[in-house]
Design a protein around this ligand. Structure first.
Ligand SMILES: *Cc1c(COP(=O)(O)O)cnc(C)c1O
Length: 404
């Protein structure tokens, strides 16, 4: 019996390939069984040819697997495919989106460092910075996402990182990533972009000058609500630090989840196009409704940063559409309770459309005046548009409008 000890031959040379091809082919290796679909390697450890081979793999002198907290063939296929799509040199997979964020900050920040963070980021990210990283001497300042001068003015001599999500959730405000990359460069800091809402199908922050891209693969990369996972993407040099932290701290991705995500990447662009098309149509339709005060979606020409959105997100405007209902919280709750198909949950990035009332769920712990300062009104509703038939979504939302 012969065993292929090396990581295997890449399927083909994809160096000049386009997105759709990379999404299907990048990272795949030809295994000794000739399998066409990617294999799931459920193994914690690996065996060696002989003592010298073991020593060489442990020392990193030979490219072999040692232990699945460090590397796993299925996880590596996902990493190589995602890196290709983000136009990054290397991706590192993690157990969740939050562990990708934690690994990134822990890899590059130390006690006494300062981080600039866009104001309306994911709630758990705020907790990570304010409740935990603060205890280890990492200081955070929150900045308005859409004003590069505000970022410039908030810098300190110890600013080590600029961290943002664009478009913001739930109000779809954009960061000018290229402009902030310039601010980061002037500062000698890293620009980190959580690209979870867009995915590389819509926006490629590394091409705009960002240093690091973060993903919660749990959302659109899976796209069907099955698995938790995350990733960090960037240069080989930066990712060496992240790998070092992860293999020590431990939140690595399971091979099964990696397999779900790498299959998700194959259909990512097709799914994102469908998500974006329905979102655009629903945003335009909602704008026409008398019960709706305002719609927040960067695809609308009425959006103040529409031009930037067209430039920065050539693949589409995303699938999160928020809108203010006239009549405040009571009307918003009546709207939600009148829908019959759309799922009442704060999750997003699923084939199933979801609806949530941010003021009483995702932003419920904030004081009313804090919410008001962020522009999150009592009548605000957020939908994350899935893949159902557009007509059925419109019918369900009409039930909500009628109840208002
Ligand atoms: C969900 C989410 C995360 C956290 O990801 P998990 O996979 O749930 O840990 C981080 N950032 C954004 C923007 C998210 O939506």
């Amino acid at each position: 019996m012969s065993i292929d000890w090396l990581p295997g031959q890449l399927d083909s040379d994809l160096s000049d390939s386009e997105f759709a091809t990379l999404a299907v082919r990048a990272g795949q290796r030809r295994g000794p069984e000739g399998e066409h679909g990617e294999a799931i390697f459920t193994t914690s450890s690996y065996v060696f040819r002989d003592a010298a081979h073991a020593a060489a793999c442990f020392a990193g002198d030979e490219p072999g697997n040692v232990y699945s907290r460090y590397t796993n063939p299925t996880v590596r296929t996902f990493e190589e495919r995602l890196a290709a799509l983000e136009a990054g040199e290397k991706a590192v997979a993690t157990a969740s989106g939050m562990s990708a964020i934690m690994a990134t900050v822990m890899s590059f920040c130390s006690a006494g460092d300062h981080v600039l963070v866009s104001r309306s980021i994911f709630g758990a990210t705020v907790s990570l910075f304010d409740k935990y990283l603060a205890r280890f001497g990492i200081e955070t300042t929150y900045v308005d996402i859409d004003n590069p001068q505000a970022w410039r003015d908030a810098r300190q001599p110890n600013t080590r990182m600029l961290y943002l999500e664009s478009p913001s959730n739930p109000l779809a405000e954009l960061a000018d990533i290229a402009a902030l990359a310039e601010v980061a460069r002037e500062t000698g800091a890293l620009l980190v972009v959580d690209n979870c809402f867009c995915t590389p199908a819509l926006q490629q922050p590394l091409k705009l000058g960002a240093d690091i891209v973060i993903h919660s693969a749990t959302k659109y990369i899976d796209g069907q609500g099955r698995c938790l996972g995350g990733a960090v993407v960037g240069s080989k040099e930066l990712m060496t630090e992240v790998v070092g932290f992860l293999r020590t701290a431990g939140p690595s991705m399971s091979p099964f989840n990696a397999w779900v995500f790498l299959k998700g990447l194959e259909t990512l662009r097709l799914r994102m196009r469908a998500h974006c098309d329905s979102s655009m149509q629903l945003a335009r339709w909602l704008e026409q409704q008398p019960q709706v005060e305002k719609v927040y979606y960067a695809g609308l020409t009425t959006h103040p940063q529409h031009e930037l959105a067209c430039r920065q997100q050539p693949g589409g405007f995303g699938a999160v559409v928020s809108f203010d209902i006239k009549g405040g919280k009571e009307a918003a709750w009546r709207f939600i309770d009148a829908t019959r198909m759309i799922s009442i949950t704060a999750n997003l990035g699923d084939a199933k459309t979801t609806i949530t009332h941010p003021a009483s769920t995702t932003h419920g712990r904030l004081k009313p005046e804090e919410r008001a300062a962020m522009g999150i009104g009592d009548g605000l509703l957020r939908i994350a548009v899935g893949l159902e038939e557009l007509d059925d979504l419109r019918t369900d939302l009409q039930r909500g409008l009628d109840a208002v």
